[in-house]
Design a protein around this ligand. Structure first.
Ligand code: 5AD
Ligand code: SF4
Length: 437
């Protein structure tokens, strides 16, 4: 009987793409994917360690999976991703049902790990040191979409923001050879993919010999068949004028940009070890808007960082009002192992963190709703990406500047570009009707 695997993914796009790489490897070994964990012979949890809450969820989930082992002694349960790299032994302690733990840089070792497990049936662990080369060249990737694809261009981070555990788990920055990136993009284009999203923990610090991030974007723009280029996640300090000048000028570079602010107060930014201040951040936003007025900017924001006063928080709210983000991912500060901020007193009370988060999210919702409503009556080109959860016969896709649009799709195939008139808007999505020709 065909063997099956089930994989669950927590965290960022890097993890989503790592799961696609893992799925590709498992398919190559003859496994097929199943959404139903009870049918699986291999269950993998791809974990995230960026915040405490995501980490806790994994342990709860493992407890639930334990029962499947009773009816199926051959079942293998594995944990991978950042938390696996961080906690390693903790996954085995008191959990004899966990068979395998491996870090993000050990994905390529999966075939040999599974083989060893099958023959030896013992708890097995693979993790890496911070300087180990990453696994860029995984040949088969089982992608979640047939029209848009992630491409890893760099891994690791050298920034060491004081709240962030990533540099300790994903290691130092290493950029991938541009020839290999361009080859992957051409390969994707040959297979009908029309959109690519470049991935890296600190994506715009990409540099390979004298070839920088802007050079890479320009080279990718030349690939026929690729119609949209996005990337995530950049750091505001590393957005150069050379890159900003490409907005509105490089035809395939999508007009959305994730520019994580983290905090609006200079004191807090300093303690976060973000090497910009509110003035330099805002001047970059202004520069970008001058070049490309329609650019949609999104952000990550942390509230309740150690020492954040009510006045500091107001500075964050002030920037949110000024910039009018298209989207904000907001979080309560959560102390993480190894990080410099652990030495600061986590002195903002939990209720205060929650109240600030609520206030920020309410403000953002109002802004998003207003921005989306202003698009009613406009025509937008949308890439049909998948069927929509909002209703049968509806498809969903995104505009060039990354807004989600649901639309009636009976005449449209996944992968088509359609022109839609925007008819309705909520804070999170738009509804469009095909243009009458
Ligand atoms: N606490 C809260 N949020 C965090 N992030 C990273 N580390 C922490 C932490 N310790 C957020 C940042 C980052 C996003 C991916 O997660 O906003 O940009
Ligand atoms: Fe973490 Fe800062 Fe690096 Fe982003 S830039 S991964 S927040 S250390």
């Amino acid at each position: 009987m065909e063997k099956k695997f089930h994989i669950e993914t927590y965290g960022c796009q890097m993890n989503v793409h790592d799961s696609e790489k893992i799925s590709g490897i498992l398919s190559g070994l003859g496994y097929s994917s199943t959404p139903d964990e009870s049918l699986a012979d291999v269950i993998l949890i791809n974990t995230c360690s960026v915040r405490e809450k995501a980490a806790q969820k994994v342990f709860t989930r493992l407890g639930q999976l334990k029962s499947y082992k009773k009816g199926k002694p051959g079942l293998m349960i594995g944990v991978c991703g950042c938390l696996a790299q961080q906690e390693r032994d903790l996954f085995f302690k008191g959990r004899p049902y966990v068979d395998l733990v491996f870090g993000p840089k050990n994905i390529g070792e999966l075939p040999s790990l599974l083989e060893t497990l099958q023959s030896e049936r013992r708890q097995l662990m693979a993790h890496s040191g911070p300087r180990q080369e990453p696994t860029f060249e995984v040949e088969t990737v089982l992608r979640n979409s047939s029209v848009k694809a992630y491409i890893t261009i760099m891994e690791g981070c050298d920034k060491f923001c004081s709240f962030c555990v990533v540099p300790f788990l994903r290691g130092r920055e290493i950029s991938r050879n541009p020839h290999s990136i361009l080859e992957e993009a051409r390969h994707l284009s040959d297979r009908g993919f029309v959109e690519i999203c470049l991935l890296g923990q600190n994506v715009n610090s990409y540099t390979y010999e004298n070839f920088d991030f802007a050079d890479l974007l320009c080279s990718l723009n030349e690939i026929q068949g690729i119609r949209r280029i996005r990337y995530t996640s950049p750091h505001p300090s590393d957005i150069t004028e050379k890159v900003m000048d490409l907005y509105g000028a490089l035809p395939k570079l999508c007009t959305n940009l994730h520019l994580p602010l983290q905090a609006g107060s200079n004191d807090v930014l300093h303690r976060m070890k973000r090497d910009y201040n509110r003035e330099t951040y805002l001047s970059k936003v202004e520069y970008l808007r001058r070049r490309c007025p329609e650019i949609a900017i999104s952000s990550d924001i942390i509230v309740g960082f150690p020492g954040e006063t009510g006045a500091d928080f107001e500075q964050t709210m002030d920037i949110v009002r000024q910039v009018e983000y298209a989207n904000v991912y907001s979080f309560k500060y959560s102390p993480r192992p190894h990080t410099a901020a652990l030495k600061l007193v986590d002195n903002v009370p939990e209720e205060e963190k929650s109240a600030r988060l609520r206030a920020l999210q309410d403000l953002q919702k109002e802004i998003q709703h207003r921005l989306n409503v202003s698009l009613i009556g406009t025509t937008q080109e949308v890439l049909a990406e998948s069927s929509s959860k909002k209703g049968e016969e509806l498809l969903t896709g995104r505009t060039f500047c990354n807004r989600v649009v649901n639309f009636p799709g009976s005449d449209t195939k996944i992968g088509d570009f359609v022109s839609l008139t925007i008819e309705k808007a909520t804070a999170n999505s738009l509804f469009g009707a095909p243009l009458q020709s």
